[in-house]
Design a protein around this ligand. Structure first.
Ligand code: ARG
Length: 266
């Protein structure tokens, strides 16, 4: 049984601009955001069968809803994020408190060593990948590698629209990878190709990458992804996955989608 940490969007909005998707003038329709979020939760619980842990939303923290950035968890160990931007640094204490009050062994990175949690650290059981160049600092990965006893391959994120690894890279349960190759430099693409067989690399087209096709939640053969990505659904289908499209455009205004709204707890 998979457990995911989520946070209701009570105070979600665009109050600052820290990625190319965010424009303060592009206001969130709050009712619609709440509906979309509840629909996502319903699909995750009912169709995918996950258990949801709900965090309490906090006024003044519009991005707390993106729990992928709470930190990263493996077993009983948790490493809370160190956000690059002051606007999101105010979330750190809330995420850290959540981990502590739920019994995790909390490992903290030194202040100023930026690391944005499962937004930038993703992997298969053995091979982990760390995105840097936009938000997380490459120097965080050797430390995390030691704490989690896993090799972490750093991947430079070269396109500011794909500013977190989870916007362009999604490891799937069967060892397959959904990704947008052009978000990585040649070295990164080669590192990915070296670890993942050609038939297991599912490259999404740019127009769907820009709809956050790679920001998907995979549990077993079920994959929850943003609506509007038919080619990606075909790619998933052909590899035996069952796609569950969910409309999440209110969250795209902030540069996030399905995966960003969850944190895998196991
Ligand atoms: N507005 C948020 C930010 O820029 C969106 C975070 C999306 N999270 C993610 N894991 N990609 O930080």
């Amino acid at each position: 049984m998979s457990r995911l940490l989520v946070c209701p969007p009570d105070y979600f909005g665009i109050e600052y601009e820290i990625n190319p998707w965010m424009r303060r003038s592009n206001a969130v329709n709050s009712d619609q955001a709440v509906r979309q979020w509840h629909h996502l939760m319903q699909v995750l619980e009912r169709d995918v069968g996950v258990v949801l842990e709900r965090m309490k939303p906090v006024p003044g923290l519009p991005d707390l809803v993106f729990t992928a950035n709470a930190g990263v968890v493996m077993g009983c160990k948790a490493v809370p994020s160190r956000f690059r931007y002051a606007e999101r640094q105010r979330e750190e204490a809330h995420f850290e408190d959540w981990f502590r009050s739920h019994g995790y062994d909390v490992f903290t990175l030194e202040e100023g060593l930026f690391f944005e949690g499962a937004g930038d650290l993703l992997g298969f059981p053995d091979d982990w990948f760390g995105g840097y160049g936009q938000r997380s600092d490459i120097r965080a990965f050797p430390i995390l590698s030691e704490w989690f006893t896993r090799e972490i391959l750093p991947l430079d994120l070269i396109d500011s629209r794909f500013y977190h690894l989870d916007t362009c890279f999604c490891p799937l349960s069967g060892g397959d990878l959904l990704y947008y190759p052009a978000a990585f430099d040649r070295y990164g693409q080669a590192a990915i190709a070296e670890r993942i067989a050609p038939e297991q690399r599912l490259a999404v087209p740019e127009n769907e990458a820009l709809k956050f096709a790679c920001n998907a939640v995979c549990v077993g053969k079920q994959v929850v992804l943003p609506a509007g990505c038919p080619r990606t659904e075909q790619l998933l289908d052909a590899r035996g996955y069952c796609p569950h499209p969910v409309p999440l455009d209110e969250f795209m205004k902030s540069g996030g989608s399905a995966k960003c709204l969850t944190l895998a707890l196991d």
